[in-house]
Design a protein. Sequence first.
Length: 244
Amino acid sequence: MRILVVNPNTTSSMTRKIEAAAGAAAGPQTLLVATNPMDGPASIEGYFDEAFSVPGLLREVRKGEEAGFDGYVIACFDDTGLDAARSLAIGPVLGIGEAAFHCASLIAGKFSVVTTLSRSVPAIEHNLVRYGLASRCAKVRASEVPVLALEDEASDARARISAEIEAAKREDRCEAIVLGCAGMADLAADLSVRHGLPVLDGVACAIKLMEALLSLRLTTSKLGGYACPPPKPYVGMFAADGSS
């Protein structure tokens, strides 16, 4: 099975980190390719960045369709462009946020999310309601770590995230932690050992769920909202992105 992992931001070093986490989770029969668009924001922190990242994300998915990939993982915790990508792709498309929430709900009564900045909290809370899992989430917490600080080894990002997990255990009485950013993918195992509870990385969760969907030969339903986009002209800078 061939899985394309798309980091919707343009930071290639983060894409390589995501690729390593995905590869560590994947089975021996899975071929993984990780990519990111050339155009868009360097990081996705809130609704504004998300809007500018979607066109580049969809171009990567379209290229994946042309190359014959079986499934797609969107490696942004906000599940950026998920519905649009599902409309474009024939195979299944998973967002790492949705995947992590579902996995956490299977192993814990209550989980908390530790994300980056406060401005990212509303989008995550909205997604939890949309996925029907808001009642299973004790709290969405911000560590106030900018996404790009996760790429800086000299930053105190790891310490801030760890402190927020400790606060979640104490105050939220949560039983598991979901890390709310793809850039945190390399921290999950160490933080789980340190804090004595499951710490879930959405990249790994999405890869394993994708392998299960592909093993079951499931594709994205094309009835209703995920129907393929109808041919129509697109103009201006999006002229090459239309279906016609």
